[in-house]
Design a protein around this ligand. Structure first.
Ligand code: AMP
Length: 502
């Protein structure tokens, strides 16, 4: 692992090393703990190269805050990162990042910064937005990782990336807690044992409200806030608020999703925490490796539950068909980007499958030709196509009609709040056997099972490491190994799981 303290050193190293590789950035202020670890592990799993930045950013601390005593432990942090497989730690000095007294600053929209923590920490989010923009420009990562613990920060960074057209994907990582319920924070080091016991009121109150919401999703915001407040005895409460997690605007009750967030002081230590409340969303995601039976099972589950089968494969095929129809070169990323951003896709449920229309034309049959099949993976690998279709998929999910979605990153990326996430898998041998049987039936024999096994292993490896939508199992997914199971048995199990959860 390399440690860089200057932008020049880091820049030269990255220029040399990146060569078309994907790169993940995990920005931190150091004093790394178990929650940082979850961000770093995800970055390591999804990228070829991972940079962890460690910088206690003076611009985001007010004069009366804990800038000077914020824990600094670079050597220990470097060992921590090395063990997790990080490639580079970037730990610049203040002079390196702010060589001038007054720097250009990034001012996020006041609607996002005036409430919650912003009310008590004026200027804080200008400092955060400025340092994050600088780090993104210095490192130029493919993806950057932020924790949901800092929910306001996350909403602001998402908005910043959109508004400034920054070419990076923001990955939100779940809030991680100690067994006691206390959210991990570098500031927990300041707490005395007595303060730690008092601090537990914060998570206890949020859990109580979360439970009340799950019992009665119609519960109003004020009651939720009061439930939290009731557990905060002995703490100095800055705020307890129910807001929308993206707009951060106050909610009188949860419509689809709400962020119940709080900040308190225990002695002189400031702690924040939150829970995300979402109405049971009728969304099921089915991810897993190629050949595990995802599409057949997804189609059946959707039929039985009367939900929309979100056939992502058909969507990519429709775009491919359109490109071919219009005579656009499929490798011409610019032209494909233009085409896809103006295309209108519709999915129409049919008796036994799903119909697809693109720009009003029914292409359900036309997208199944060998020519489309030959080109679809080139189209599906293009970031512009991914981005547009991702947005469309999420919009269908939001309509609340009920969606069963199948793919490689449905549970981790497209629908991280899905009601039920399934990771459908089968051993390589079993998948090879199934494929072999199919080939026998289609009268295209000739490939041996051993050859198929090595093809499938290679494909798994590519799928897990690809730049766009790598195959990753969501932390909260239920794994179903379909070896020795019939399609009916798998379908029934998923439906039972769904009924138990909803
Ligand atoms: P910090 O070092 O406190 O600036 O945190 C660095 C990153 O880790 C930020 O994106 C935080 O949101 C994230 N993080 C810190 N604590 C937690 C936690 N308990 N759960 C999830 N993410 C966290």
């Amino acid at each position: 692992m390399e440690l860089f303290k200057t932008t020049l050193g880091l820049g030269s190293y990255l220029e040399d090393q990146r060569q078309g590789k994907t790169m993940g950035l995990v920005p931190t202020m150091g004093a790394l703990h178990f929650a940082h670890r979850s961000l770093i592990e995800r970055a390591v799993a999804e990228n070829d190269l991972v940079v962890v930045s460690i910088f206690v950013n003076p611009l985001q601390f007010a004069p009366n805050e804990d800038l000077n005593c914020y824990p600094r432990q670079l050597e220990e942090d470097c060992r921590f990162c090395e063990e997790l497989g990080v490639d580079v730690v970037f730990a610049p000095s203040i002079e390196e990042i702010y060589p001038q007294d007054r720097v250009t600053q990034i001012i996020p929209p006041p609607a996002l910064t005036s409430g919650l923590c912003g009310r008590f920490r004026p200027g804080h989010f200008v400092g955060v937005a400025t340092i994050v923009t600088k780090l993104l420009n210095i490192v130029q990562p493919t993806r950057a990782y932020f924790g949901e613990k800092d929910a306001q920060q996350l909403a602001i960074i998402r908005r910043l990336v959109t508004d400034l057209h920054l070419p990076v994907v923001i990955r939100a990582c779940p809030l991680i807690r100690e067994d006691s319920g206390l959210a991990y924070s570098s500031r927990n080091q300041y707490l005395t044992p007595e303060e730690k016991i008092l601090a537990l009121g914060l998570s206890r109150g949020l859990f109580l409200a979360q439970k009340a919401f799950h019992t009665n999703p119609e519960i109003n915001g004020e009651t939720l806030v009061n439930l939290v407040q009731g557990e905060l005895g002995g703490l100095e409460v800055e705020y307890v608020e129910l807001v929308h997690p993206n707009t951060l605007q106050p909610l009188s009750k949860v419509e689809k999703v709400g962020l119940l967030a709080a900040a308190v002081k225990v002695g002189t230590t400031r702690l924040i925490d939150n829970v995300i409340l979402h109405l049971p969303s009728p969304i099921i995601t089915i991810d897993g490796p190629a050949g595990a039976g995802k599409s057949t099972v997804t189609c059946r589950v959707a039929q039985i539950l009367g939900m929309l089968y979100l056939d992502t494969g058909a969507m990519y095929r429709a775009v491919t068909w359109l490109a071919m129809e219009k005579g656009v070169q499929i490798e011409d990323k610019g032209a494909i980007g233009e085409l896809v951003s103006q295309a209108k896709l519709e999915l129409i449920p049919r008796e036994d499958k799903i119909g697809v229309k693109i720009n009003g034309e029914d292409v359900t049959e036309a997208i199944r030709t060998p020519a489309v099949t030959a080109n679809v993976s080139t189209i599906a690998a293009q970031p512009a196509v991914r981005r547009k279709l991702l947005k469309q998929q999420q919009e269908w999910g939001e309509k609340g009609v009920g969606v069963v979605a199948e793919g490689r990153d449905m549970g981790t990326h497209v629908f991280p709040n899905a009601a039920l996430k399934i990771f459908l898998t089968a051993s390589v041998e079993e998948r090879a056997r199934r494929r072999w049987k199919q080939l026998q039936e289609s009268e295209e024999p000739g490939v041996t099972i051993v050859e198929l096994i090595s093809q499938i292993q290679e494909r798994d490896d590519q799928d897990s490491n690809r730049q766009e939508a790598p195959l990753i199992q969501a932390l909260d997914a239920i794994v179903i190994n379909t070896d020795n199971m019939t399609i009916d048995a798998v379908t029934t199990q998923i439906i039972q799981l769904y009924r138990e959860k909803i």
